[in-house]
Design a protein around this ligand. Structure first.
Ligand code: C2E
Ligand code: CA
Ligand code: CA
Length: 404
């Protein structure tokens, strides 16, 4: 059995390594207490434990044991004055069906554990042949993704942000795409999570920032003044030098910092408000604005929302899509707009698809929107044509992107 603790890294990072060590000891004790003397428990790395069961049994017995172990681990622990609760994911491989030797059994129990984790944590899985295939696919994708930036396979698409009254373009959001040599255009949902798990996001995110800076400068030189909003992931923020890096890129490409905006999701911001606060202040000092993405889906502290240096709230698409038909969602949208106004923040509604949604948003006083109603995300050249085709845009030099 391969056992991996859920969210151990988070505990280690937030409460410190002493608490992490204490937790691992407690876990080891609980595992041993629930096994027979003839079984072996080993910690093989970080928060990974392997159990060797030497009595051949029916699969049901293994399943019951996995459940028992998970229940034992889920009991709250008291470590150095902290009440801590961890879950675990368990993968099971059986001899001899799933492997004749140590290497194969370990690899397959690991694949099963990984499947348990993807199934939503706090659960167990038996190994199935299809799992290694999936693991291999993932590994292949990881290798390809590592090369994607170097091979010029990444592209930025842009989606306009539009003033709901008057229809002026108030900015663009950069959305990354991967032109995979075999699979064609891959959407971020299919590679950003993998990039985050594997750390590739550092390099990928940096490429996105650099390309946005380059594009912004290029457009400005050709008379298109635009503000480009770039999505930034938690890992990039934690790297600690995001503000410096942006300043450096802006200098290198001659990009006006006021032409740049950073989008971070509400959950990433609220997971570490004290830490992000310094970075945001530094970004704004440089003239870069900061947007809260997917607002309404996380747990915002209003105190932090008021204190954090922010510029924009982006109402999550899930509320916008039914706002004109569902009273509850409509009320949420109205409240977020009012909240934004009260805090002096600009508000952008995401995922506006119909004229009826736009009308509802206008009635709420929401200043800006973004969505298929105006334009899908498009490659730079296509969005440029789109921008120039906007009413009042026949003189490209006249185009002005005001703040959303
Ligand atoms: P997001 O930041 O919330 O971006 C908005 C997503 O909604 C985009 O999906 C966009 O294409 C889609 N969208 C816009 N208008 C509409 C609409 O009217 N209807 C519908 N149904 N969808 C609409 P996309 O491009 O697939 O990006 C998905 C997510 O991937 C983004 O969500 C963002 O979290 C992430 N992402 C994209 N580019 C980057 C990047 O460069 N770096 C990082 N870290 N994440 C990125
Ligand atoms: Ca976004
Ligand atoms: Ca969003």
């Amino acid at each position: 059995m391969f056992i991996d603790l859920d969210r151990f890294k988070h505990i280690n990072d937030s409460l410190g390594h002493d608490v992490g060590d204490g937790l691992l000891q407690e876990v080891a004790g609980r595992l041993s207490n629930n096994l027979r003397a003839s079984d072996t428990v080993a910690r093989i790395g970080g928060d990974e434990f392997v159990i060797l069961l030497s009595h051949a049994d029916e699969p049901e017995a293994y399943a019951a044991l996995a459940q028992k172990l998970m229940t034992a681990l889920a009991e709250p622990m008291r470590i150095a004055g902290h009440a801590i609760q961890v879950g675990a994911s368990v993968g099971i491989a059986c001899f001899p069906e799933d492997g004749a030797g140590v290497v194969a059994l370990m690899k397959h129990a690991d694949a099963a554990m990984y499947a348990a984790k993807s199934a939503g944590r706090g659960t167990y899985r038996f190994f199935q042949a299809a799992m290694t295939e999936k693991a291999e696919q993932r590994l292949r994708l990881e290798m390809e993704l590592r090369r994607a930036a170097k091979n010029g396979e990444l592209k930025l698409f842009y989606q306009p942000r539009v003033a709901l009254v008057g229809g002026t373009v108030v900015g663009l959001e950069a959305l990354v795409r991967w032109r995979h040599p075999q699979h064609g255009l891959v959407l971020p949902a299919d590679f950003i999570p993998l990039a985050e798990e594997t750390g590739i996001i550092g390099e990928l995110g940096d490429w996105v920032l650099e390309e946005a800076c380059r594009q912004s400068r290029d457009w400005r030189l050709r008379g298109l003044a635009t503000r480009i909003a770039v999505n930034v992931s938690a890992k990039q923020l934690q790297s600690g030098n995001l503000a410096e890096r942006i300043a450096e890129l802006a200098r290198q490409y001659g990009t006006a910092p006021a032409d740049l905006e950073i989008e971070l999701t509400e959950s990433v911001i609220m997971a570490n408000p004290e830490q992000v606060s310094g970075t945001f202040a530094e970004l704004r000092r440089q003239g870069v604005s900061v947007a809260v993405d997917d607002f309404g889906t996380g747990y915002s502290s209003l105190a932090y929302l008021r204190r954090l240096p922010l510029d924009v709230l982006k109402i999550d698409r899930s509320f916008v899509s039914n706002a004109d038909r569902d009273e509850g969602d409509g009320e949420i949208v109205r409240t977020i707009v009012a909240l934004g106004q009260a805090l002096g923040l600009s508000v952008v509604a995401e995922g506006v698809e119909t004229e009826s949604q736009a009308a509802f948003l206008r009635a709420c006083g929401c200043p800006a929107g973004q969505g298929y109603l105006y334009s899908r995300p498009q490659p730079a050249a296509a969005i440029e044509d789109w921008l120039r085709a906007q009413p009042g845009m026949d003189n490209p030099g006249a185009m002005k992107c005001v703040t959303a």
